[in-house]
Design a protein around this ligand. Structure first.
Ligand SMILES: Cc1cc2nc3c(=O)[nH]c(=O)nc-3n(C[C@H](O)[C@H](O)[C@H](O)COP(=O)(O)OP(=O)(O)OC[C@H]3O[C@@H](n4cnc5c(N)ncnc54)[C@H](O)[C@@H]3O)c2cc1C
Length: 417
């Protein structure tokens, strides 16, 4: 399979190619940034619930791909832009233009790089262009009822029959499976070895619904769906859907997780809101206005010195994260590839939760009114955001697991038993 190259993650000053590409992105976005969506959008791609939301977001991803803002650093032979270090530029410009997010979160963030590094050429050429354009939506079948943090315990099993595999098992928390055309699937092909018994497949989901695949939506405490259970009952797939060698599933899964944490060579195409801008960033900046509008017996919440102090502290924490992220542009600080991505995931998810919690303290009794209630302060977004932030501290590895990895692999501390 292809070896890693330096085509994606470059740091420091823009090259001539990157400078010209940045200007191109700016010009294109000034002309083509989508207007107000015709439907109410969720905070992130993880909560897309309706066909109308999906259709709007798909058309935005398609337009951005056709303009060369998605998959820029992948070779042209697999549908990419054939550029060097340009996805980061496109991301920065889309974020600055506050474009909508892309719906193919799993496809762009995890499946693309995994297929690129571990797939046969035929698979790359067939699967990557519709993944980049958003025509095919992808989901990730890793977690199971008995395998989350301890991912290598997955029990979904593929039994070989000639050049076919028969898959049986039960995946859970599968984001976007209710819209998915394809799944990246970690499963077991050998029950006698924990790690060496794992293999990795790409599996058509939508075309097999009712024919070996069942998708059951799970309802979150926000009232939204977004993730699902996926049941496999004698699903037949070709051996050509396997990535890398038999028994190499764990190594392939590490490529997926490295890119999920945005620590891979290939930068994830991320539009404005894909990084959960409304949930993760620039949130404390909204709190003074919220406090000035929150009535108290003797004035507003903004008169309360304790709340004022908490708002400032929260703003400082958010600014510290933003400054920390800028360190990724300085090559001399890249001593360990996982350091900044893991720090950012851990801190952003926990700070976002604290910001939403503080917003609800500011709203007081008003925080009990939810989205859809015309009397709810800030349209009821803060209690919803607060509940969603619990998912951010669990998905892609829980905070406890991130701390373990940072301690053991980045800081070199003794391994926990
Ligand atoms: C919003 C959301 C979206 C998700 N989307 C997907 C998806 O698309 N595909 C997919 O495959 N999965 C998905 N997941 C699942 C997610 O990856 C798992 O929930 C996560 O890895 C934790 O696994 P678990 O739920 O089985 O908890 P467990 O692993 O059972 O953990 C339970 C508790 O024990 C703690 N714990 C476990 N091991 C350790 C340890 N070694 N040291 C210290 N503490 C530990 C955990 O931190 C946690 O608090 C999603 C989850 C969420 C919340």
């Amino acid at each position: 399979m292809d070896s890693h190259s330096d085509m994606g993650r470059t740091s420091g000053k823009d090259t001539q190619e990157q400078t010209e590409f940045r200007q191109y992105c700016r010009d294109w976005l000034a002309q083509n940034k989508p207007g107000e969506p015709p439907v109410r959008l969720p905070l992130t791609a993880l909560e897309i619930m309706t066909e109308a939301q999906m259709a709007y977001l798909k058309s935005w991803q398609k337009a951005a791909y056709e303009a060369g803002l998605v998959g820029c650093d992948y070779p042209e032979s697999v549908g990419g832009g054939g550029r060097t270090g340009c996805q980061r530029i496109a991301n920065e410009e889309m974020r600055a233009a506050r474009t909508p997010f892309f719906p193919n979160l799993v496809g762009l963030g995890m499946a693309a790089a995994t297929i690129y590094y571990h797939g046969r050429n035929e698979l790359k050429e067939r699967l990557l262009p519709p993944l980049f354009s958003g025509e095919h939506i992808w989901c990730q079948g890793f977690s199971e009822p008995g395998a989350g943090s301890d991912l290598a315990s997955v029990q979904t099993f593929a039994d070989q029959r000639g050049d076919k595999w028969i898959i049986n098992g039960h995946k859970v928390w599968t984001s976007l499976a209710h819209f998915a055309d394809w799944m990246i699937l970690l499963l077991r092909t050998d029950k006698s070895h924990k790690y060496e018994g794992l293999s990795y497949f790409v599996v058509p989901i939508r075309s097999n619904l009712g024919k070996g695949v069942t998708v059951r939506p799970l309802i979150k405490m926000t009232g939204e769906t977004g993730f699902n259970e996926v049941i496999f009952e004698d699903l037949e797939v070709d051996d050509g859907c396997r990535l890398d060698e038999l028994g190499k599933g764990w190594q392939v899964a590490m490529t997926t997780l490295t890119h999920e944490r945005d620590a891979g060579e290939l930068v994830t195409p991320a539009a404005g809101g894909m990084r959960n801008e409304s949930a993760f960033n620039a949130t404390a900046i909204a709190l003074p206005g919220l406090a000035r509008n929150a009535e108290r017996d003797d004035g507003t919440a903004a008169d309360d010195p304790l709340l004022r102090d908490r708002i400032v502290q929260q703003f400082i924490r958010e600014q510290a994260i933003a400054q920390n992220m800028r360190r990724s542009r300085i090559p001399a600080l890249q001593d360990h590839p996982m350091r900044l991505p893991l720090q950012n995931k851990l801190l952003m998810s926990e700070v976002a939760q604290d910001t939403a919690n503080l917003a609800m303290d500011i709203e007081g009794a008003g925080a009990s009114l939810y989205v859809g209630d015309s009397n709810a302060p800030a349209k009821g977004q803060w209690p919803k955001s607060y509940m969603n932030t619990f998912g951010f501290t669990i998905a892609a590895g829980t905070s406890e697991v991130q701390r373990n990895i940072l301690g053991e692999r980045v800081l070199g501390l003794a391994k926990s038993k």
